[in-house]
Ligand binder design. Structure first.
Ligand code: CA
Ligand code: CA
Length: 209
C-alpha cells in the first residue's frame, strides 16, 4: 500500500508543469535601533524575524540599490524601486536596521557562479545548506561570490539580508538569472503527500507514546 502511494505521488510530480518566469517571495522586518550590532550580526538579524513581517512583497530579480545615488537609506519603497508596487503592509520611511528574507527556487548547473554584493550582511541558503554569507557590516560595492559545485538541478533558496546601523544600503545579486517557478504539486499528489505526512505523524505519535 505504501509503495503504491509513493509511486503515484512521484508520477504526479513528474507530470506537473515545468519552469516559467519566476519571482522570489520577499518579507521585511523593521528592527529597533542597536538591535543588529554584532558580533554575530546574522543571528541577531534572523532573531528579528521571529514575528509577523512588517511587509511582504514580490522580488522580480533580487537586486536593489544599483546606482550610487540609491545607496542612501530611505523608505522600503525607495529601496525596492521597481518592486515597490507589490508591497503589502507597512512601508517604513527609513529602513536603517532591518531584515529581509527572500525565498524561492533556483535552477543551477555545476560551476554556475553566484554573486552577491551587499551592504550589509547576508546568508544565502541553497538546498538547506549555507552556500555563501557575509556576517558583518560592509560598504556598498563589496562582493562575495562562489561557484555551485553540486549537480545540476532545481533547488530551494532562502536569502537572509540585513541592513545594520550604518547609513548606506545595497543588495545586488544575479540570483534572478537562475530563478524558476516551483514545480506545482497537482491536487491528487498533494492529497497523497498530505496523507503520507499524516501517516508519518501517526507513526511518530505511536513511537512517542
Ligand atoms: Ca529599523
Ligand atoms: Ca548599511
Amino acid at each position: 500500500m505504501r509503495k503504491y502511494l509513493i509511486a503515484v505521488a512521484t508520477i504526479g510530480c513528474m507530470t506537473a508543469g515545468g519552469a516559467s518566469a519566476a519571482t522570489f517571495n520577499g518579507e521585511f522586518w523593521d528592527a529597533p535601533a542597536n538591535s543588529i550590532d554584532g558580533p554575530d550580526f546574522l543571528s541577531q538579524a534572523i532573531a528579528q524575524a521571529a514575528g509577523a513581517p512588517t511587509a511582504t512583497f514580490t522580488s522580480t530579480a533580487l537586486s536593489y540599490g544599483n546606482a550610487g545615488a540609491n545607496w542612501a537609506i530611505g523608505s522600503l519603497s525607495d529601496f525596492l524601486a521597481a518592486d515597490a508596487g507589490s508591497i503589502v503592509g507597512t512601508n517604513p520611511a527609513n529602513i536603517q536596521e532591518s531584515v529581509f528574507r527572500f525565498t524561492g527556487f533556483v535552477s543551477l548547473n555545476t560551476g554556475d557562479n553566484i554573486s552577491v554584493t551587499s551592504d550589509d550582511g547576508f546568508r544565502l541558503i541553497i538546498d538547506g545548506n549555507t552556500f555563501l554569507e557575509y556576517n558583518g557590516i560592509r560598504a556598498p560595492g563589496s562582493n562575495s561570490n562562489a561557484n555551485w559545485a553540486g549537480p545540476a538541478g532545481t533547488y530551494s533558496m532562502t536569502m537572509w539580508f540585513f541592513e545594520g546601523n550604518v547609513t548606506q544600503v545595497q543588495l545586488l545579486s544575479n540570483l534572478g538569472d537562475y530563478a524558476v517557478a516551483p514545480v506545482p504539486v497537482p491536487a491528487a499528489g498533494l492529497l497523497l503527500l498530505t496523507g503520507l505526512g499524516g501517516m508519518a505523524a501517526l507513526r511518530r505519535r505511536r513511537k512517542a507514546a
